[in-house]
Write a protein of this length. Structure first.
Length: 277
């Protein structure tokens, strides 16, 4: 908890545009105290948490690393409440690339970031991967568990916000489809550094992200917590990895009942072992 609190104080302080000195002045503590909080050397006194929460405009639960319960982060929370699966139960085509490039001929630990209702996570589990998955939607988590139970497989699924959650265990495969636009631009470097750090040597990332194009109209879904990506931006985070595949496509979509188009960048990148010369 200390490390999560330290990271979150740092993140939300910067989001508010406050320096350590300014936050310390508001709270009536020394800037050294704030520095120690953010370096996980000490923790704030419990009596300071309400004022810290108000100052940073974030709930105490979220400061402590628990996913926010006070507002829907994704527009799909309500859509997932139905018995039917909004995205269906057929796996994303990218799942077959994972099977092809890193088949589970030995134990493979896979993380599905933003698993939605679980169709991809359950597909990986039924094919022999050790699957961990998270999503910010309560309804999505419950449907992931239900689908896994129906198929008879285990998925370690839990609720987390992509902005707050950081890895603390190693994975062989990190998979994410249609989720990375929820990462604010100022957090992307830190988050991808964390994902890369906790990937085993020769591990692979299978990722895609919607990119902004001036010749494509904005999607009809009004997502208040979505942030634009640009062509080449995802690739730039992997300059030190082996790029197995990088492509960009424009495709038709009817997810909202209104025909529209998306542009998407897809990336397959592998973490290679360094050679000392």
């Amino acid at each position: 908890m200390k490390e999560k609190l330290a990271r979150n104080i740092n993140i939300y302080r910067k989001e508010k545009g406050l320096t350590q000195e300014e936050l310390a002045q508001i709270l009536g503590v020394s800037f050294q105290a704030v520095s120690k909080w953010e370096n996980a050397q000490t923790m704030p006194d419990i009596a300071l948490l309400p004022q810290l929460s108000r100052t940073l405009e974030v709930s105490i639960d979220k400061l402590l690393g628990y996913a926010s319960q006070d507002r829907p982060i994704t527009i799909y929370e309500e859509a997932y409440l139905t018995q039917d699966y909004y995205w269906g139960t057929e796996p994303n085509q990218a799942c077959y690339q994972v099977l092809q490039r890193m088949p589970p001929t030995k134990p493979i630990k896979l993380l599905d970031i933003g698993c939605g209702e679980g169709k991809d996570a359950v597909f990986f589990a039924r094919n022999g991967y050790e699957v961990t998955a998270f999503d910010v939607s309560d309804a999505g988590i419950e449907k992931t568990k239900r689908l896994a139970d129906q198929i008879g497989v285990h998925v370690n699924v839990f609720k987390a916000d992509i902005l707050d959650y950081r890895l603390d265990q190693q994975f062989d495969v990190i998979f994410s489809s249609g989720v990375l636009h929820y990462i604010k631009p100022e957090f992307r470097q830190e988050i991808f550094d964390n994902y890369k750090q906790f990937t085993n040597p020769n591990g692979i990332h299978f990722l895609n992200v919607f990119v902004n194009k001036p010749f494509i109209a904005p999607p009809p879904e009004k997502e208040p917590n979505a942030y634009k990506w640009h062509s080449g931006e995802l690739l730039a985070h992997y300059q030190d990895w082996f790029i197995q595949e990088s492509s960009e496509i424009v495709f038709d979509c009817n997810s909202s009942g209104i025909p529209h188009k998306h542009a998407m960048t897809s990336l397959i990148a592998q973490k290679m072992t360094s050679l000392d010369h």
